[in-house]
Design a protein around this ligand. Structure first.
Ligand code: MGD
Ligand code: MGD
Ligand code: MO
Length: 825
């Protein structure tokens, strides 16, 4: 392999020595609060209770039965300040206090005046009344129609806690009563998860990755491509350990390691590590990577041994690079430069630098949340194959450093199961194929509502969209997470009945018929672990206070419904919430014992509140795919050829023109390179700094980031000046699908012709009777495009979106999203 590098000839193989103190810190925990889970302060009748959330572990302070404040867990190395919202959310003005039913629905039943959804005309009812209505509708549809009439896609991030998984509970209840249409895949990495089984026979972007120590000791260049591990590791599904900051601190010190960030936005990690910011054009990562591959090929820099021994189908891809492929275009750096607006010489320099030393290529997930998103993971891995360092210490690629801190060393602790198994559908009723699919790809919900009985393609198969009449959603917020809000609002009217179970008056709750108030994690007990990968500790998520207002635990709500539907015993299996928590713990304890790790008895654990684990030496320097590298025959990839497939015969057989059988560039429906300049600005609606999606948007945490009372819109300084926009102004962002207001945040940290409005901003329609009404707060999904990535994965294309924006000079409407509808006070 040649290493002709004009960029940095000094790069050579090196071993960086990492001090044993920092090495220990990457894995270990500090001291424990004396007194275990609860500490009482007799003097002021207050106590502190250890609990946890998506934002981290914390001590909740209780005074006279009220949760008054919290402070982050003292062993959190980098607490997320948003955690304070966990207290605020319990009592704030957006809290759902009582069961509520839309007035027209209460008076005239299912289907009544569906146009009035979202207008806030609710009536307070008793729990019995609300639950009777839900049970009656489930029965009606199961008896008169069939399970295909109920959609419980119920996608969403709900809360941390292993026992109170309300989505698993809902599925179990549905399965026990005849079934329902469920959803498959996710919005997160749906395109990646669709394509990876064909490339590597596995999802890859899951679980532990090459360890940080391996990077610190071996890597010459780390490339963060569409990846922001600083922002995105702030939260996690199980409470985050935030250990990544110990890694970042080491990265800052490593001047000899090059850090490159390919991103339209300069993020915190780029600034903190003094990294190079390559502000390439968004939605043009594939051309950029193709240009690099072309340079590696034509300059004879690529690793032929790796390509020959570990991959399949490179020749066809090489032909494609050279202009002999399906599109007859040669992917020269000059061609790439036109697409991605990175100069051709820079593209060549990147190619040379990638092979000049040990390079770790790190990708986030936005480029696969774009039309043809399946192509990105394939392109990225193909590039890594040409660089040839997969399976070597500190080299290769990673598609997950931004979530679950997965370069942290794993402890010797056991895995933690979950309490509720949804089980299988009881066959009360036949489900003929013509009545539609039993599952649909989650991001195809609006297509399903618009096209009952129509065929759709997915991953090589053809299915039929079912004719759904009801939806029941818990632990998710589709009126934030789904694209093209105005189109969705229209399609939503297809439902006869919408049931929402949540603790907040989200837009989804406002567009429901029956609203059931759930408890927050602060009002119930649960169990989880700290760090999905690090697995630092198993923690009691202690109930801090009793349920407020009339909120009930999800488990109690479903138990009541199961009773009304005649399946209570099957649903509960005789278990209380505490039995479920204990069951999860006992199972973990058994697993630990098999690894000779001792854990206290359940009662001791419950009393102390936490069990911490140690990091075994052998977990410190994990190298992903080292086995495959060492012996590709003994440790084959679980693909058709046993190798990494750069060409897939299985995908070839699908004959999808939107998903070719090798990584390819297909021009998307909307992007900065398009000829039509009606909407000349790319909208990036990536994940929020200070929320987890829409969660905590209603809280005082908003004060950290809101501008002019709205969601911030990050705008390049020159783009703002051209439009006469100043920092703090209100802007109107619009396209042919809708319009939103947002608060201008003018900055040099975003490239020209790109704006960013982060996902999860609550939808706040000005006038629900207007199909193109203004969103007063700034939900970017009013503007995004709702099409599948391709027929293969049918995932979301949220990041394929062009808009225009201007200074807003109209009358400024009041934001009303964060207070409950009047009748619900
Ligand atoms: N434009 C754009 N859109 C996107 C994305 C993007 O990048 N751009 N990203 C997508 C991605 S990756 C994702 S994962 C989705 C996320 O979409 P969601 O997961 O739907 O978003 P959340 O805000 O986490 O919604 C969780 C809901 O569950 C409720 N909840 C929390 N705990 C409980 C509980 O214990 N019980 C009950 N009953 N309810 C509870 C919360 O109040 C909240 O309303 O968004 C997607 N949408
Ligand atoms: N704080 C916080 N962290 C989160 C979440 C959250 O809601 N809040 N959600 C979690 C979830 S569910 C998921 S799925 C993951 C999502 O993980 P990702 O999809 O990786 O996260 P994003 O923040 O959407 O985008 C990552 C980076 O991509 C950049 N980017 C956007 N478009 C492009 C492009 O076209 N090309 C290039 N090169 N870069 C681009 C953005 O500027 C951003 O820095 O995050 C998780 N982490
Ligand atoms: Mo996600």
């Amino acid at each position: 392999m040649s290493t002709k590098s004009s960029w940095s000839p000094s790069l050579s193989r090196r071993r960086f020595l990492v001090s044993s103190a920092s090495l220990a810190a990457l894995g270990a925990a500090g001291s424990v609060l004396p007194g275990g889970v609860t500490r009482a302060f007799a003097a002021d009748n207050s106590k502190e209770v250890l609990s946890a959330s998506h934002w981290g572990a914390f001590y909740g302070k209780v005074e006279d039965g009220r949760f008054v404040s919290l402070r982050p867990w003292d062993k959190d190395p980098f607490p997320n300040q948003a955690v304070h919202g966990v207290q605020d959310v319990v009592y704030n003005a957006a809290r759902i206090k009582y069961p509520m039913v839309r007035r027209a629905y209460l008076e005239n039943g299912p289907k009544a005046e569906r146009d009035s959804r979202g207008s806030g005309d609710f009536v307070k009812v008793s729990w019995d009344q609300a639950l009777d209505l839900v049970a009656k509708e489930v029965k009606r549809l199961q008896d008169e129609e069939g399970p295909w009439a109920i959609y419980t896609g119920t996608y969403g991030w709900q809360s941390s806690g292993r026992a109170n998984n309300s989505q698993a509970m809902l599925k179990k209840l549905m399965n026990l009563t005849g079934g329902a249409v469920f959803s498959t895949g996710d919005y997160s990495k749906g395109a990646l998860a669709g394509i990876m089984p064909y490339i590597m026979g596995q999802i890859d972007a899951e679980g532990p990755q090459t360890s940080y120590l391996s990077i610190l000791e071996n890597t010459d260049q780390i490339v963060f491509w569409a990846c922001d591990p600083w922002k995105n590791n702030r939260i996690a599904y199980s409470p985050p350990d935030h250990g990544e900051h110990l890694f970042f601190d080491e990265l800052k010190k490593k001047n000899e390691m090059k850090k490159l960030f390919i991103n339209p936005i300069r993020g915190e990690l780029c600034k903190a590590t003094d990294g190079e910011w390559l502000a390439s054009r968004p939605h043009a990562d594939i051309p950029l990577a193709l240009g690099i591959c072309h340079a590696l090929l034509t300059e004879d820099l690529y690793d032929k041994d790796f390509i020959e021994n570990y991959t399949y189908g490179f020749e066809t891809f090489a032909d494609y690079l050279m202009g002999k492929g399906w599109d007859k275009i040669e992917k020269t750096p000059e061609w790439a430069a036109e697409q991605c607006e990175v100069p051709a010489d820079k593209i060549r320099e990147l190619a040379r630098s990638f092979v000049a030393g040990r390079t770790m290529l790190v990708s986030g997930w936005t480029p696969q949340r774009q039309q043809h998103g399946e192509q990105w993971p394939w392109m990225f891995i193909t590039l890594a194959c040409m660089v040839g360092q997969i399976g070597l210490p500190g080299g290769g690629f990673c598609q997950r450093y931004h979530l679950d801190n997965p370069g942290a060393p794993q402890s010797n602790g056991p895995a933690l199961g979950s309490a509720v198994n949804p089980g299988k559908r009881t066959e009360n009723k036949e489900w003929p194929d013509e009545n539609g699919a039993k599952t649909i790809p989650c991001a195809r919900i609006v297509d399903m509502l618009e096209n009952p009985g129509k065929e759709f393609e997915h991953n090589g198969e053809t299915h039929i969209y079912p004719d759904v009449k009801m939806t029941y959603w818990t632990g998710g917020n589709p009126f934030h997470h789904h694209q093209d809000r105005n189109r969705m609002r229209k399609a939503w009217k297809k439902f006869d009945t919408v049931v929402i179970q949540d603790y907040q008056w989200t837009a989804t709750a406002r567009f429901a018929d029956i609203v059931l108030p759930a408890t927050t994690t602060s009002e119930r007990n649960d169990i989880d672990r700290i760090g999905s990968v690090a697995n630092k500790a198993i923690l009691r998520m202690a109930k801090i206070i009793d349920p407020v207002f009339e909120a009930r635990n999800d488990y109690d709500i479903f138990t009541e419904l199961a009773d009304r539907l005649g399946v209570k015993d099957q649903f509960t299996e005789g278990k209380s919430e505490q039995d479920m928590i204990k069951g999860i713990y006992e199972q973990a304890k058994e697993m630990a014992a098999r690894k000779n790790v001792e854990m206290p008895d359940f009662d001791d654990f419950w009393d102390k509140g936490i069990v911490e684990f140690e990091v075994p030496e052998e977990n410190l320097r994990r190298v992903k795919y080292a086995d495959f590298r060492e012996d590709p025959l003994m440790n084959m990839m679980p693909t058709a050829t046993g190798k990494i497939e750069i060409y897939s015969k299985t995908i070839e057989k699908m004959s999808y023109d939107d998903c070719p059988p090798h990584p390819s560039w297909i021009e998307p429906a909307e992007w900065l390179g398009q000829k039509d300049k009606t909407y000349p600005v790319h909208l990036s609606s990536n994940h929020p700094d200070w929320r987890m999606h829409s969660q905590l948007c209603s809280t005082k945490v908003r004060e950290i980031y809101a501008i002019a009372g709205r969601e911030p819109c990050l705008i390049n300084t020159e783009d703002a000046a051209e439009r006469g926009i100043k920092d703090g102004d209100i802007v109107r962002v619009f396209n042919g699908r809708g319009q939103i207001l947002a608060g201008a945040k003018v900055s040099d940290d975003i490239r020209r012709s790109v704006i960013q409005v982060q996902e999860g901003a609550w939808y706040d329609p000005d006038d629900v009777s207007d199909p193109n009404t203004l969103c007063k707060y700034g939900d970017p999904n009013v503007l995004t495009l709702d099409i599948g990535t391709s027929r293969l994965a049918q995932a979301t294309s949220a990041h394929t979106c062009m808009v225009q924006f201007e200074k807003y000079t109209g009358e400024v409407p009041e934001v009303t999203a964060f207070v409950a509808p009047a009748a619900a006070e």
